[in-house]
Design a protein around this ligand. Sequence first.
Ligand SMILES: Nc1nc2c(ncn2[C@@H]2O[C@H](COP(=O)(O)OP(=O)(O)OP(=O)(O)O)[C@@H](O)[C@H]2O)c(=O)[nH]1
Ligand SMILES: [Mg+2]
Length: 200
Amino acid sequence: MIFGRTERGKPPVEPVTLKILVAGGFGVGKTTLVGAVSEIRPLRTEELLTEAGRPVDDTSGVEAKNTTTVAMDFGRITLREDLVLYLFGTPGQERFWFMWDELSEGALGAVVLADTRRLEDCFAAIDYFERRSIPFLVGVNRFDGAARYPDEDIRRALDLDEQVPLLTGDARDRESVKEVLISLVQHAMAQASQRRAVTT
Ligand SMILES: Nc1nc2c(ncn2[C@@H]2O[C@H](COP(=O)(O)OP(=O)(O)OP(=O)(O)O)[C@@H](O)[C@H]2O)c(=O)[nH]1
Ligand SMILES: [Mg+2]
């Protein structure tokens, strides 16, 4: 690098940075997703699930889980040299939802993670983004032992608008998560240009 130029003579690119939310119900894999793709050590705000929280913290299906997010997860991923995503994982438990308004400020879009064993847990997140016209997609996190359903059935159960993308993946797998994030960016961009076309 000489005088701000790369060896190939191209000026360095100032990346566009976008803010993405990762939402969904309790224990669906939000913290796992951010951790799987982040190129920086993710910031986590995990607290131990306690005996006192047992009546309200439903860990059925994720019995191995012993911590929960109380404020947010934060990570970063460079999708291309000119495109960086900042990932904000939201807390899944209802009692921490007051964080969502703060976290969704300035967000380009959201991934709503879903677990087919407890689809209803993501209704609140879907409602939240629909109401605020924040572009989102649904990412089904494939848990071992969870039954597989056709996309059509999942769409119907979630009452998803046909333009909302539905993808299936594994929150622990970097490539799988990258694919979901790229789809979200494309979807959000398409929605933004659609809106511009309507208003001009
Ligand atoms: N089999 C399997 N297990 C997963 C997957 N994703 C997450 N897990 C496990 O599921 C549990 C829940 O993961 P978390 O990432 O803490 O979930 P969360 O959505 O952040 O949870 P809260 O912040 O408490 O709402 C952990 O024990 C993970 O190891 C997955 O794709 N497959
Ligand atoms: Mg979490």
